[in-house]
Design a protein around this ligand. Structure first.
Ligand SMILES: C[S@@+](CC[C@H](N)C(=O)[O-])C[C@H]1O[C@@H](n2cnc3c(N)ncnc32)[C@H](O)[C@@H]1O
Ligand code: SF4
Length: 374
């Protein structure tokens, strides 16, 4: 394949690349990411489409690459080698600092972990969610707690020195004691990074229907308590909260996510992936067969286009930046001087040395505060 991605070292280009792999070993009933059960007949066509899409893409010289999903590790070792080698041929990786892959514990093997490490992947984000069998069962997870532990050990033995573990709190029936156990068991393993998400009932999920049917009950007060417990426990053990749901050892923040939150340009490949380049944002069609067809026909699967005006760009920088521990320069919120002043008075936003960010109590209501700016 002749490359159309013209890159000259030092000349710039898009610095952040996302690849969406839509396959999962089993569909979890709470998840609204675009995904489908793994389908062997479609995988090779998908991989070729991703490489073709990149071959037609704009100017790129990544410092970060993120394989997300779905479950990228649902690809076989051979398929991952094909995809990564294909990307390596098309990209100038001389400035690459971080290459992350999301993995489900049920899809980790020694051979796969070694191959990923040898091909330059240097960060793994693994979805553990909980350590209690009954909660894993309630979440419809495909793996056991023992398998998550074994997979973590495999990743360490393969040489991964930058590992994130995902956890979920607010699971129906989960007690504060169980959440404490999950946090402590995770901390004991010593990952460099922990993402702790509050369960959200997303509209197009089975969990949403079960909530509507009265099987589950949402309890904002309990979720707030678990969130407090999360911040306290992780901070006590040396994990700094650098964004609402993300905690890291010093220097181990996820560079790729920081790029999103600080409004950098990024290119997304694969079905449903978003891109933001040169004041334009678009999304690829969230349907794998359609994605493959469109890329084969035109090199692109772009579904819709939005112009990111300077006002939208500023509002997004405020919404995402306020959620980070470094916050944003105060002059960015000039158009919202009065509501920000009120949030400071009410203790939801804090000022320090010309920068502002959400306070601890502000982090509890971050989504509601974010809506003020959009
Ligand atoms: C795309 S998944 C990544 C990994 C892999 N697919 C897995 O599940 O192991 C990203 C993470 O999003 C979180 N997540 C997904 N749906 C969620 C929801 N409805 N509420 C809270 N967290 C959610 C989970 O912690 C999950 O690990
Ligand atoms: S949580 Fe992960 S494994 Fe489960 S359906 Fe979503 S992407 Fe797939």
């Amino acid at each position: 394949m002749e490359s159309k991605v013209r890159i000259t070292s030092g000349e710039g280009g898009i610095k952040h690349l996302y690849v969406h792999v839509p396959f999962c070993p089993k569909i979890c009933p709470y998840c609204s990411f675009y995904k489908e059960a793994s389908d062997r007949n479609r995988t090779q066509a998908f991989l070729d489409a991703v490489l073709l899409e990149l071959d037609s893409a704009p100017y790129l010289q990544p410092t970060t690459i993120f394989f997300g999903g779905g479950t990228p590790s649902a690809l076989s070792t051979r398929q991952l080698a094909y995809l990564i080698n294909g990307l390596r041929e098309l990209l100038d990786l001389s400035e690459l600092q971080e290459w992350t892959i999301e993995m489900n514990p049920a899809t980790v093997s020694e051979e796969k972990a070694r191959l990923l490490r040898s091909l330059g992947i240097n960060r793994v984000s693994m979805g553990v969610q909980a350590w209690q069998p009954e909660l894993l069962d309630r979440l419809g997870r495909v793996h056991s707690a023992a398998q998550a532990l074994r997979s973590y050990e495999i990743l360490r033995s393969a040489g991964f020195e930058n590992v994130n573990l995902d956890l979920i709190f607010g699971i129906p029936g989960q007690t504060a004691e169980q959440w404490r156990e999950s946090l402590l068991q995770t901390i004991e393993l010593g990952p460099e990074h922990i993402s702790a998400y509050c369960l959200t009932y997303e509209e197009d999920t089975e969990y949403f229907l079960r909530l509507g049917a009265g099987e589950f009950v949402q309890d904002a007060g309990r979720d707030a308590e678990l969130f407090e417990q999360t911040m306290d426990t992780l901070e006590q053990h040396g994990y700094s909260q650098y964004e609402i749901s993300n905690y890291a050892r010093p220097g181990k923040e996820c560079l790729h996510n920081l790029a999103y939150w600080t409004g950098k340009e990024y290119l997304g490949l694969g079905p449903s992936a978003f891109s933001t380049v040169a004041s334009r944002r678009w999304q690829n069609v969230p349907n794998t067969p359609d994605y493959i067809k469109r890329v084969r026909e035109s090199g692109s699967a772009c579904l819709c286009n939005e112009i990111i005006t300077p006002d939208i760009h500023r509002a997004e920088k405020v919404v995402f930046g306020l959620r980070t521990n470094t916050g944003i320069p105060e002059e960015l919120v000039e158009p919202w001087r009065q509501p920000i002043g009120e949030l400071v008075t009410e203790g939801f936003v804090e000022r320090n040395a010309g920068r502002i960010r959400l306070s601890r109590s502000g982090r509890m209501v971050a989504d509601a505060i974010g809506e003020m700016f959009v």
